[in-house]
Design a protein around this ligand. Sequence first.
Ligand code: SF4
Length: 251
Amino acid sequence: MSLDALDAAIAPTFKDELIGMLREFSDSRPRSLQTRLGPSELGHPCDKKMALALADAPRCNASAGDPLPSLLGSAGHSLMEQALAAYNETYGQRFLIEQKVSPLHPAEAFAGTMDCYDLHDDAVIDWKFAGARKMTDVRRDNDPGILYRTQAHVYALGCERTLGVEPKKVRIVFLPRAGFSTGAVVWEESYDRDRAEAAIDRVQALLLMVDDLRAVEHPERFDLFPTTPLQCEYCPFHRPQPTGPHECAGG
Ligand code: SF4
């Protein structure tokens, strides 16, 4: 093989470049750099993951997963923001959009940016731009999953305390990433403050345990926190062959 042919064979294809470009862009964005726990993570059942996150332990799997779904999700959120702003402009203010709320207001802990609050229905709305498998699961089971469900209630608590509104329901809207608006699934239930407060209480108890055990100084003690594997491939502490106490092989 000539040198030119060898160069051509090992040169990255445009597809390789594109994948790298999207990864680099994704890694540079604020959401990817976020290390503090927000409402989207409070419902995770794994105590060890929560303890490691609360201790701001080094992440070995920070770039887990293909960035494209979350990039498309962000673009979708911007689209909904514009659509609802246009609705407000035309018909009068119905939607509070992209408000920063904290369930412990005025403390900032566990704060996050809520997608939308519908003043008409007193409903917290969270948009999810879901792939085909998730859409099928949600349609079949009518269950958004523990993470999304807890997140919605924590946002509602944050709205109550930060914005002074009185949420009556939480609504999670699944919009298909590949499909039509008529394929959207709207899941909702009554706002349950107890559920939100229980999630916050659990995390605060874990924070106390991390402190009491002095796990930061003695990282081998993170093993004392029980594991409940869920979506381990996306866990920032997941490594199939752990090389230290901040890493977990998952379930
Ligand atoms: S890899 Fe899985 S089991 Fe291990 S800490 Fe993360 S979520 Fe928990």
